[in-house]
Design a protein around this ligand. Structure first.
Ligand code: HAM
Length: 424
């Protein structure tokens, strides 16, 4: 019978890949907790309207990438394509603002976008990220951006760059869009078909185009959004940069960084890897000062970022930093027969309850094959158990690296492992 494969654009996270995923998750927990962020978990699907209103009807995500379906009651639902709208929905629904004026949240989980799969672009992928809800000040922007950079530093990634920009408030942006349209009108026919389509619907998306000619036209003829900011937003952006300078965080101001979701206001940023080709954004984020209000909550300035886990892993692999130490067994117990297996099970459970990693054979293998398996698993100690070891109350532990043997009483096994494992 023909075997069934995973759906295009989705991936198994294989058992031998899991240690790296655990390392990433642990770093999220530790780093974000160290700055006072609390974890939030939201449902995998939401009402379609949430994303349509939150991310923007004409954004690529909403207009063509969402997994949307009608449930049995006829309600339109969507598998979440991002976290921010869900987090803000939760913030409003549960009146977080009545508990405190500032909320710091982090998350980790799967997302779904019906994009054309390619290296670094999946249909089910994972993000971790943080949202800082309630502060309008540049200190908040600097904290978010610095935490994103700290994550990549701590995980050991070297070859990346921080790009930042400000796209101002809605009024200034509308004004900029008018100017941009006027400046580019003479060149519309030279743009690629996608950009021609975007010209009327969502002209800022032109900046995301990978077509060289489109980029040349923008470089030569597009005005810079930063020159159209209000005095207040310009001052805000300058202060964000000042905070980054104070912390020696290197950055590039990138006037084309307008981001693909419509909720952004003022600061936008991305961290790009130099190893990922076309899909080079490791993470992206920015301010979204109007989103809480647009989704029915009180006016609440906010900022956050989200990072792609699969892209991070690709970048770590490219920099050869993806190897993670597996936890080898502290002791591999090799029972010579089924009778011996019956004698050791209670010790296995007891030692596992004491926190040791204990493995034993479940395939009724020969002693030679069990020793091979203990070596393959890089167990610290191995012991072969037969009736003699069970009846006498003494067993012999062999340290696999040095070959040294240690006679130990069953009753003292935990104590011995505790004392002996550390010096090795
Ligand atoms: P985003 O730029 O759409 O932003 O996604 C953030 C990151 O998720 C990207 O930089 C990339 O690493 C990863 N990513 C996105 N799409 C895919 C895909 N199809 N396959 C693999 N990785 C992908 C957001 O999602 C915003 N919610 C970020 C944010 C949080 N802004 C404010 N707060």
């Amino acid at each position: 019978m023909k075997a069934i494969k995973a759906v295009k654009g989705t991936k198994d996270i294989l058992p031998w890949e899991i240690p790296l995923w655990h390392q990433i998750e642990t770093l999220c927990k530790e780093l974000f907790a160290s700055a006072g962020y609390q974890e939030i978990r939201t449902p995998v699907f939401e009402k379609t309207e949430l994303f349509a209103r939150g991310i923007g009807e004409f954004s690529d995500i909403v207009s063509k990438e969402m997994y949307t379906f009608q449930d049995m009651g006829g309600e339109w639902l969507t598998l979440r394509p991002e976290f921010t709208a869900s987090v803000i929905r939760s913030y409003i629904q549960h009146h977080y603002y009545q508990r405190a004026s500032l909320h710091k949240l982090w998350y980790f989980g799967p997302l779904f976008r019906q994009e054309r799969p390619q290296a670094g672009r999946l249909r089910q992928f994972h993000q971790f990220g943080i949202e800082l809800i309630g502060s309008e000040y540049p200190e908040a922007d600097a904290e978010i951006i610095t935490l994103a950079c700290d994550f990549y530093k701590k995980i050991g990634l070297k070859d990346w760059e921080l790009h930042i920009n400000s796209i101002g408030n809605t009024k200034d942006r509308l004004n900029y869009i008018e100017v941009l349209k006027k400046s580019l009108t003479p060149y519309v026919d030279d743009l690629c078909p996608t950009c021609q389509d975007r010209f009327d619907k969502n002209i800022l998306r032109l900046f995301d185009c990978k077509n060289e000619l489109c980029q040349q036209i923008l470089d030569t003829h597009a005005p810079k959004i930063i020159d159209y900011l209000s005095e207040k937003d310009k001052a805000h952006f300058e202060e964000v940069c000042e905070y980054l300078d104070l912390q020696n965080v290197p950055y590039q101001i990138n006037s084309k960084l307008v981001r693909g979701l419509d909720y952004y206001t003022r600061t936008t940023f991305e961290i790009k890897s130099n190893h990922l080709g076309a899909q080079d954004a490791l993470c992206g984020g920015g301010r979204y000062d109007n989103l809480v209000e647009e989704l029915g909550g009180p006016s609440t300035p906010s900022i956050g970022f989200a990072a792609g886990v699969e892209r991070l892993i690709m970048a770590l692999e490219a920099e050869e930093k993806a190897s993670v130490q597996l936890s080898p067994p502290d002791l591999y117990i090799a029972p010579i027969d089924n009778q011996a297996y019956k004698g050791i099970v209670k010790y296995c459970t007891h030692l596992r309850n004491q926190g040791f990693i204990i493995e034993t054979d479940l395939l009724r293998r020969s002693v030679k094959a069990m020793m091979r398996e203990a070596n393959r698993k890089q167990a610290r100690f191995v012991t072969v158990i037969g009736s003699e070891e069970l009846n006498s109350g003494t067993l012999t532990l062999k340290h696999l690296e040095t070959g040294q043997e240690y006679p130990v009483n069953w009753d003292n096994l935990g104590e011995f492992l505790e004392k002996t494992i550390l010096p090795f």
